[in-house]
Design a protein. Sequence first.
Lengths: 112, 442
Amino acid sequence: MKLIEAIVKPFKLDEVKDALLEIGIQGMTVTEVKGFGRQKGHKETYRGQEYTIEFVPKVKIEVAVNDGQVQRVLETITRAAKTGSIGDGKIFVRELTSAVRIRTGETGESAL
Amino acid sequence: MKASAQRKTVIVGMAAGLILLTGLWGEQAWADTTPLKVDSGDTAWVLVSSAFVLAMLMPGLALFYGGLVRTKNVLGTIMQSIMILSVVSLLWILFGYSLAFGPDKGGVIGGLDWIGLSGVGSQPHPIYAPTIPHQAFMLFQLMFAAIAPALITGAFAERKRFTSAVLFGALWSVLVYVPLAHWIWGGGWLAQMGALDFAGGAVIHISSGAAALVCAIVLGKRRGYGTDYMAPHNLPMTLLGAGFLWFGWFGFNGGSALGANGIAVSAILATHAAACMGAISWCGAEWVHRGKPTVLGVASGAVAGLATVTPAAGYISPLSAIGIGLVAGMCCYAAIVWKGRFGYDDSLDVVGIHGVGGVIGVLATGLCASKVVNPGGADGLFAGSAGFFGVQVLVVIVTAGFTLVATFAILKLVDALTGLRVSSEEEATGLDLSQHNERAYS
């Protein structure tokens, strides 16, 4: 099993969610995060005080998948989240050693 | 502990005094003058104006300042406004009004003839406000007395201990505001020289601005000033407060005519004109200087215009008011920008807006006042009289100088009694939790 972490632009969240639902992914977890890669931040001015904000708001989507689904999920997320400009984000794949469905107690792939 | 024992003594003494006064108080007839006729229109307007000025402080100033500080300090900031309003109102009723406006003693102070408002009843005061009950005049003045120390809280926002802020506000209102009010409005020596301050450019704005400067320097900068992100946490809240300030200022300046008459109208017209021009002027200055106009800038410019026109409002033409707004927007914007070069942390720009605005306004009164607009006023330099302008210059110097020195002394006293700043841990946690065990947003 793998845990896929995708960091994408916030306004792309709905598109990515819909695309994942279309390929059969049934659940995901979303967190609001901040970060930067090559995308520059922005400037804010309040009464003459200037602040440079380096962190850019992003959204992190976590999806737990079977090994067989990984490639399809990566392609789907990439297609849905891409805009072509700097700051589109990154996807990380982590090893997932076990999973439990709390309601039923199922473990392993049937818990996903 | 020494500080808490002293506090208890003060509280017990005040309570005893209050009980004594209540027993002694009774209706005192004025001397043998025929009763003045109370005008219902004038009275209604002054009462409404009192409520307008109250709204300028609560929620006006409370929200204006509240939105400008960080999330962790919003309640502590609002708290200072409410408590200063409450405490100063009581002191004003008990003896502050008497000291400020009571029968003059040597040009310096009003004395205690009217302690506990003894003698201040429904009969009008023949000089201050001959067509409204004396208590209405007192009540209107009360709101001014409350808002002046509340303005200063902006200078030490996000780092002043609650007890120290309230104690400072109380002492400052009695030891600085009361004398200034007496000298300029209560028949004191500056008034006797012909000084004019329609609604408090010197008494409120120069005084609070000068006090703010001292406080900012003595208290020192906020931890992380210059490096940490200290942007306003809720600008919509600040703009809501600005709206109340703008709205309430119609009562602040309009009510200072002490009657529902042509002077009230011209004062309100001047007020609004200066506010609008101040907003546009600051907006333009910021746009040119920084590349973008900001909503905080527009709100600040409006407040700068309002503060600056305050001493002149009832004495000038609408065109003069527009001119004052134009100057106020640009000069107060410049003052904000230059604050960085001087290196003091006046968190919410009381010095740049109220201090600078008040000075410009009092001097502008000396330039623009016209007896054509208000026969009860004076002629300024533009109308051909240099003497009045000279008196206004004196008002600026005396107000600023006295306030700077007295505020410094009060701070030292408060420091000895309660300390001034919160600890650095409390500052990091924020005022809301450290001073009040409350969180603004869950």
